[in-house]
Ligand binder design. Structure first.
Ligand code: UDP
Length: 352
């Protein structure tokens, strides 16, 4: 099988590529503006990397979509702080650029595996979000946080329409708060444009308090990236066509915790880390409250809870998430601590 991954250096793209090259005999064609998360896989004989931009390298993309069996358009801005600050950037990249990719895939009849998002459900009041039954509830236009949700929702609908009218084959997956190594770079956490787990780890490493937006009572279900990649591999394999024109949630309903609890767990894991206990790294972990207006600005609205139904992933694919939240957090914290220390050493800076 030949697979095209656009945004191959991202969190999902880099983990997926690593796994495919380790476990499968598939060829991977990858495009990204950077390659810092790819490590040694960049030299793998079955990996064909091109440094480029999906808004520029359109001919290369069209040619490779024609050549490949499957395309995963993973390029997107996926951080709430950016939806609030730069909604047009989100629209240009997440919607406009990806629509072109989808149209090219339809032209060449290449299967699309599309990364939708748990954000499409918005403030849905269902206890468990069902791919085929739950309603999407988003806020007013002046809450620009919802631009990402709406961009993804419309592309989900466009794909569905191509399937419905033209028999086009696609599968859509919806990640729920995946975490793990390489989630966001620590420099992004400095600007506040990262997801909560990396934001908190970045706060600790910069001697800042972790900030709980609105008291941190909102809940999220956290999924370790290896579990997500297990499911994604099964979707790509698509044995017996079980994922044809299906939308599949990928999350862990058992790892449903408040953001306050998340901060407390990260604090504990940090303080018990061998490099912190042995004082190689000296950090004092603090937690404080902040209002959503101060943290994100007025264009933000929060989601109070978000629990996936994973019945479909279980029954269609026989998939089951394995990692509990503490194991997932321990692996992630450990990765960022080691990266921080390496980085300081590289720059010849003193460790604190
Ligand atoms: N959040 C927080 N402090 C931070 C960053 C985020 O309390 O430093 C909260 C945020 O308001 C949201 C939750 O953590 O309720 C998850 O945020 P994230 O950015 O990971 O994305 P989301 O799950 O909302 O898409």
């Amino acid at each position: 099988m030949k697979i095209l991954i656009l945004g191959v250096n991202g969190f999902i793209g880099s983990h997926l590529t690593e796994r495919i090259l380790r476990d499968k005999d598939w060829e991977v064609y990858g495009l990204d503006i950077r390659f810092d998360k790819l490590g040694s896989v960049i030299r793998h004989p079955r990996f064909h990397f091109v440094k480029g931009d999906i808004t520029v390298n359109k001919k290369w993309i069209d040619y490779n979509i024609k050549k490949c069996d499957v395309v995963l358009p993973l390029v997107a801005i996926a951080t709430p702080a950016t939806y609030v600050k730069h909604p047009l950037k989100v629209f240009n990249l997440d919607f406009e650029a990806n629509l072109e990719v989808i149209k090219s895939a339809v032209k060449h009849n290449t299967r699309v595996i599309f990364p939708s998002t748990s954000e499409v459900y918005g403030m849905c009041t269902d206890e468990i979000f069902d791919e085929d039954k739950s309603n999407f509830i988003v806020g007013p236009i002046n809450k620009q946080r919802w631009i990402y949700s709406c961009c993804k929702q419309l592309l989900d609908r466009v794909l569905w329409a191509y399937g419905f009218e033209k028999g086009f084959n696609f599968s859509t997956f919806r990640p729920y708060n995946w975490l793990g190594p390489r989630l966001d770079s620590i420099s992004a956490t400095k600007e506040g444009s990262s997801r909560v787990v990396t934001q908190f780890i970045g706060n600790i490493l910069r001697d800042e308090p972790m900030k709980l937006v609105n008291g941190g009572h909102q809940k999220r279900c956290f999924l370790y990236v290896d579990d997500g990649i297990d499911c994604l591999i099964k979707i790509i394999e698509n044995k017996g066509g079980v994922c044809d024109r299906e939308i599949i949630n990928i999350g862990n309903p058992d790892n449903n915790i408040t953001i306050r609890d998340l901060a407390a767990r990260i604090k504990k894991i940090f303080e018990r880390h061998p490099l912190v206990k042995s004082k190689v790294l000296k950090k004092k972990v603090r937690i404080e409250d902040i209002s959503q207006d101060r943290f994100y600005g007025e264009g933000y609205q929060d989601v109070t809870f978000r629990v996936p139904s994973i019945k479909k992933a279980r029954t269609l694919l026989g998939w089951e998430p394995k990692y509990d939240v503490d194991t997932a957090l321990m692996k992630t914290v450990d990765y960022y601590i080691r990266e921080y220390i390496e980085d300081k050493k590289r720059c010849g800076k003193e460790l604190r």
